[in-house]
Design a protein around this ligand. Structure first.
Ligand SMILES: [Zn+2]
Length: 301
């Protein structure tokens, strides 16, 4: 009966190896050594530094929707597929607005049933007249609408791509049309950049080299922090549960340790400063709550 014993060894061995791989790719949430910090006092000081009235509200358009298994969005979740909405934001002042993130490329996506052509058209109109346009990072669901803008020179004239986002040799994300960035001066900053009254960009390389957070202090004192895709879902911040390594390594090629250190800092900040509303990149559940609470209004104006 020696063969039976060896068969049992083989099955147990395969089970152990499989469990190890499953842990590594779908459950591991260990925090690496290193540090990422946000000096919120400095960010607030910068938000107050630029003269002028602060924004009055934040609006969102959902221009697209993916469907992914929850377990790849946040480690430890189940295998059911959930909505992964793609948003563009409008930080609105009394007399002008800033567009943050530009959704997907509407030319490439127009036949997709998950593409909202009306929302996309409103976003493109808002981009033409915006005071500023910034993107949280250079992935196709954030820079796509900019890349496809019909009157790109007009839109780019008030777009602040960072040095990393405008790098013609960058490895990630769709490129702007040939020659579009000739004579373009990208935005170069170290940690924080005061973009406009109440609006501060916070460098957060990791998900992509050009990733940044957008802090907004509204005229009524409320504070919002747009996280981009550092966190796809708010659970990643609240429970320090990153997306699965499987997607980090095989689909995104992101600097996963850097992202987890950012999540750790965001969790600390979320607990220390619960008044700051953090907005995860693709969280349908959270967006419904934010709209209900009036923190974000659906639909650009
Ligand atoms: Zn995204």
């Amino acid at each position: 009966m020696g063969w039976l014993r060896w068969l049992v060894y083989l099955i147990v061995g395969l089970a152990v190896a499989g469990a190890g791989l499953y842990y590594w790719y779908f459950l591991d949430a260990r925090v690496p050594s290193g540090a990422y910090s946000i000096d919120i006092a400095e960010v607030r000081r910068l938000a107050d530094e630029v003269a002028g009235d602060k924004p009055v509200e934040i609006r969102a358009e959902q221009v697209f929707k993916f469907r992914f298994p929850f377990s790849v969005m946040v480690v430890g979740k189940g295998w059911e597929e959930i909505d992964v909405p793609v948003f563009s934001y409008q930080v609105a002042y009394a007399d002008r607005a800033i567009v943050v993130d530009t959704g997907v490329n509407g030319v490439e996506s127009k036949a997709d049933p998950n593409f909202d052509a009306a929302a996309y058209a409103r976003m493109q109109t808002a981009m033409l007249t915006a005071a500023n346009i910034v993107i949280t990072h250079e992935h196709p669901d954030h820079i796509g609408g900019l890349v496809a803008a019909e009157n790109l020179p007009a839109v780019l004239s008030h777009t602040q791509l960072t040095t990393e986002q405008a790098d013609p040799n960058r490895k990630y994300g769709p490129k702007l049309p040939e020659g579009a960035l000739t004579n373009y001066t990208p935005l170069s900053y170290e940690r924080y950049h005061a973009l406009a009254p109440g609006v501060v960009l916070i460098k957060a390389p990791g998900h992509t080299p050009g990733s940044q957070l957008v802090y907004v202090k509204l005229a009524d004192g409320r504070e919002v922090l747009l996280l981009g895709d550092v966190a796809w879902r708010m659970e990643s911040v609240k429970t320090l549960a990153p997306r699965a390594r499987y997607v980090s390594d095989f689909y995104l090629n992101e600097d996963r340790p850097a992202v987890i250190l950012q999540l750790a800092e965001l969790k600390r900040l979320h607990e220390a400063e619960p008044g700051i509303v953090m907005v995860a990149g693709h969280d349908a559940t959270q967006m419904a709550e934010l709209v209900k609470a009036g923190t974000i209004k659906l639909g650009f104006q």
